[in-house]
Design a protein around this ligand. Sequence first.
Ligand SMILES: Cc1cc2nc3c(=O)[nH]c(=O)nc-3n(C[C@H](O)[C@H](O)[C@H](O)COP(=O)(O)OP(=O)(O)OC[C@H]3O[C@@H](n4cnc5c(N)ncnc54)[C@H](O)[C@@H]3O)c2cc1C
Length: 207
Amino acid sequence: MRIIKPGFIIEDEINGIEVLKKIERAGRTCYKSEAKITEDSCREFVKKIIASGHHSVLEHEKVTVRVVCDRSTSHQGVRHRIATFSQESQRFCNYSKEGFGNEITFVQPDFDLEEDDIDLLRAIEAHYFKKIAQGKKPQQARYFLPNGTKTEFVVSMNLRSWRHFFELRTSPKADSQIQALAKGLLAEFRRLIPVIFDDITPEEPTL
Ligand SMILES: Cc1cc2nc3c(=O)[nH]c(=O)nc-3n(C[C@H](O)[C@H](O)[C@H](O)COP(=O)(O)OP(=O)(O)OC[C@H]3O[C@@H](n4cnc5c(N)ncnc54)[C@H](O)[C@@H]3O)c2cc1C
């Protein structure tokens, strides 16, 4: 049994200014104002597009992210429909195999696990392996796996959808683990892409 920390990797190489320039080129088509494009006009143009609510223009660019988290966090993530997901399958992955280190991986929650918690996870792992040894398929043995089981998914969303995801999931109303993921991602997106996420400022928790 292994317990790991959650995390993410942005899979694209992002040139933030090029992202803004592409959105500007698309957006200016609406107003036929391409003649106003200069070396640094994209920042101001995209800022105005966002302020005016003309957010469909942001859909011309997408970002792909790989997330490692527990199954309860991933279950919330995959509710976002304007997105594409590819997720580790508990139907096809047999955790008793060598490729998985002959063990089940769980994700560290945002509280300390105590000795009896670890005992329970060990017992679940032993039960899963017993069922596999008895001839059950991974899709049957997974019935016994808890929400804390590690999963991995790749998600691609356009920038409008990412804005929506951040607005919902960085809120103090969101579950603490997806909130931590969303806040980490938002900080990284803001570092890589100017302007587009600047107006999304997560509130501090009030409780
Ligand atoms: C704090 C919080 C608590 C939550 N609690 C629960 C819960 O208890 N139970 C639960 O089941 N879910 C819960 N959710 C999940 C929530 O209901 C949404 O499924 C999830 O946040 C995805 O949001 P979305 O539908 O806006 O995003 P997306 O699916 O990405 O959709 C983006 C936008 O596209 C539009 N859209 C998409 N599909 C349609 C459609 N069919 N018709 C019309 N417009 C559409 C909407 O404007 C939508 O906001 C919770 C979410 C949050 C943030």
